[in-house]
Design a protein around this ligand. Structure first.
Ligand SMILES: O=C(O)CCC(=O)C(=O)O
Length: 392
């Protein structure tokens, strides 16, 4: 019996529902008579006409605009930098420091660590990936996924697990195209020719890949730093990332059925652009057997810790069990950037994570060993890691 979901809103959504423009309009109506009277009296007393009064009123309104927008941004930042968490909401909302105005403010490393230890997931905003690029990429993904099945079948495996997943393989709703390595111009060209991608769409994909690579590396480095690794920069340089474009052909008849079954990601870190309108993503709550809805939150990414990061961190991090359910009869599209460990490099915890109180938990293994293990055991959650425990 599938566990049921407790749908809860994010605290940050409350902030979003009260945008600066709304505050401005309210302020405008409240303050409207005040500047007119004050400025009007002052100017009239020195004999200046009504036209100047209008200019004065406009300047006062502009001043209000500046003050309110600044205050609003500051309060948003404060709320998010503290990474507030609603009671029983599954994830933190973290603000990356890529927005130059705030770059001098401290990054909430402790909250990042807590989110990744406790939940294995969080949302990130102010991430530096342009909003327009995100929506263009979503349009490109949708148009590729709408290609005829014969064309999509050309998206064959380049490295293990990077082929098109056709409708019917997992279930009759889910399909997924894969770009095998965002770091490799050759892999990119292979994908473009497999699907005969047009020049405009190639450009969008290349730009999006570059931007998400920078972001996922930045998050990985910050995560390493949050765990006490000295520098935290360039630790993951060259680690491969693939991109999956997922389409869920939801319709009114599929409401209540599963889009993708519960799993953890068998990779290191996932940067997910989930559908900004159609929900359905759910993560497992700390209470066993209960799911929490991950509400869509436009212009943000949802980040998930994968099983390889659990082993690499010597058990300090948790990977998030998640699934997608059909909750409304509309097509859902998501784009995942999956960072993995290099093919021939064993996943091993750095010395800093190992001491007499925290002995090495897992034997060294490669990402392909782990992918094969999950497939052979038909285990698609972190429980597969139990087969790789080191004997003490
Ligand atoms: O579509 C989503 O939101 C989640 C996709 C997912 O879980 C996956 O690709 O592993």
């Amino acid at each position: 019996m599938a566990p049921r979901c407790a749908a809860l809103p994010y605290s940050v959504c409350l902030i979003r529902r009260w945008p600066p423009t709304a505050t401005l309009f309210l302020l405008h109506y409240i303050c409207h008579p005040i500047p007119r009277i004050l400025i009007g009296q002052k100017l009239d007393s020195v004999g200046i006409g009504n036209a100047k009064v209008g200019v004065g009123w406009a300047s006062a309104t502009m001043l209000c605009v500046v003050v309110v927008v600044a205050a609003h941004r500051k309060s948003n930042y404060r709320g998010l930098a503290e990474a507030k968490q609603c009671p029983s909401v599954c994830c933190w909302m973290l603000l990356m420091n890529t927005w130059s105005k705030y770059s001098e403010l401290p990054f909430p490393y402790a909250k990042l660590r807590e989110a990744c230890q406790e939940w294995g997931c969080f949302r990130v905003m102010n991430h530096g990936v342009p909003v327009l690029l995100m929506s263009e990429m979503k349009r490109v993904a949708r148009s590729l996924l709408d290609l005829p099945i014969e064309t999509k079948n050309q998206n064959v495996e380049v490295t293990p697990g990077t082929a098109y997943i056709a409708l019917g393989k997992v279930n009759s709703i889910y399909e997924s195209l894969c770009l095998s390595d965002l770091n490799s111009p050759d892999a990119m060209q292979t994908f473009f020719s497999q699907l005969d991608v047009c020049p405009k769409h190639r450009e969008v994909m290349e730009t999006y890949s570059r931007a998400t690579l920078v972001l996922v590396m930045d998050i990985a480095n910050k995560l390493a730093k949050s765990l006490g690794l000295s520098d935290g920069s360039d630790l993951f340089k060259g680690w491969p990332c693939n991109m999956r474009m997922n389409k869920y052909s939801f319709n009114p008849e599929t409401v209540g059925s599963c889009g993708i079954p519960m799993h953890t990601d068998g990779t290191f870190l996932t940067l997910l652009q989930d559908d900004d309108v159609v929900g359905g993503l759910e993560v497992v709550d700390s209470k066993p057997d209960s799911f929490v809805a991950v509400e869509p939150c436009p212009n943000t990414f949802f980040v998930l810790v994968g099983d390889l990061a659990v082993a690499w961190s010597n058990g300090r991090l948790s990977s998030a069990k998640h699934q997608v359910q059909c909750i409304e009869g509309r097509i859902r599209v998501s784009i995942g950037t999956f960072m993995s460990t290099p093919t021939y490099v064993a996943v091993e915890a750095p010395e800093e994570f190992v001491d007499p109180l925290n002995p090495r938990l897992y034997v060294p293994f490669t990402r392909d060993d782990y992918a094969n293990l999950r497939r052979d055991k038909k285990m698609y959650t972190d429980e597969a890691l139990s087969f790789l425990l080191a004997r003490s």
